[in-house]
Design a binder for this molecule. Structure first.
Ligand code: DX5
Ligand code: ZN
Length: 210
């Protein structure tokens, strides 16, 4: 199981040195929450800040776009060669085309789903998707509580897409992380748990049960 710290919960102005001190043997990915103040209420950062973080680390980037009209935003991240680019199913009517355009760049294609969107909507996208990001909170802010209905949603998706990479995002701590590992989740995103505990590498290790 991989761990992907959501840097939104850390100090964005000190992130260059925070990231440089991360141990790549425990921190597998860096979760970059791009928020446009439109699809979600808050504005966070864009491609210039993501490029800045990339210059500080070899840890692959996990780009989570919480933006309206993702077809305009997705190509801005192609040059950064992240591990994946993930956009929201709720934000576009052209998910298949966009997923294919990400794959054509040699980047893993990701689709994210809000807690209120039925899992069945993902079915037609399975052939085009490398990674499914299930939100276990409403997107927009870090520090919210994990929604328990997410457990059933993860089981449903695991049955529907046994081969796909499943990532879960929102309200994850060590206890919930262990339950998600047992369900076969591949990537855990954690913001508050990792950045509000003092020891970033130590918290990532605990999350992985090490
Ligand atoms: C919410 C973001 C999440 C969030 C996770 O809009 O997509 O990645 O920062 O933070 P925690 O782990 O604190 O819920
Ligand atoms: Zn996220």
């Amino acid at each position: 199981m991989k761990v992907s710290p959501s840097i939104l919960a850390g100090s964005l102005c000190r992130m260059h040195s925070t990231v440089a001190a991360m141990d790549p043997s425990v921190i597998d990915l860096l979760h970059m929450d791009v928020m446009d103040g439109h699809f979600v209420p808050q504005l966070s950062y864009g491609e210039a800040y993501v490029a800045e973080i990339k210059s500080a680390t070899d840890i692959p980037l996990d780009v989570h776009l919480m933006v309206s009209a993702p077809e305009k935003e997705v190509p801005k991240y192609f040059g950064l060669k992240p591990y994946n680019i993930t956009f929201h199913i709720e934000a576009t009517a052209f998910a298949v085309r966009l997923l294919c355009s990400i794959r054509e760049q040699g980047i893993r294609s990701g689709i994210a789903l809000n807690p209120g969107t039925p899992i069945a909507q993902l079915k037609p996208l399975i052939p085009y998707t490398d990674l499914f990001l299930l939100m276990s909170i409403e997107p927009g802010y870090y520090g919210q509580s994990f929604l328990p209905a997410s457990f059933d949603r993860i089981r449903e998706l695991r049955d529907m897409a046994p081969e796909a990479e499943i990532e879960v995002d929102g309200g994850i701590n060590a206890e919930i992380g262990a339950q998600l590992a047992a369900l076969g989740v591949d990537i855990l995103v954690a913001g508050s748990y990792i950045f509000k505990g003092g020891d970033v590498n130590g918290r990532a290790r605990t999350l992985k049960g090490l």
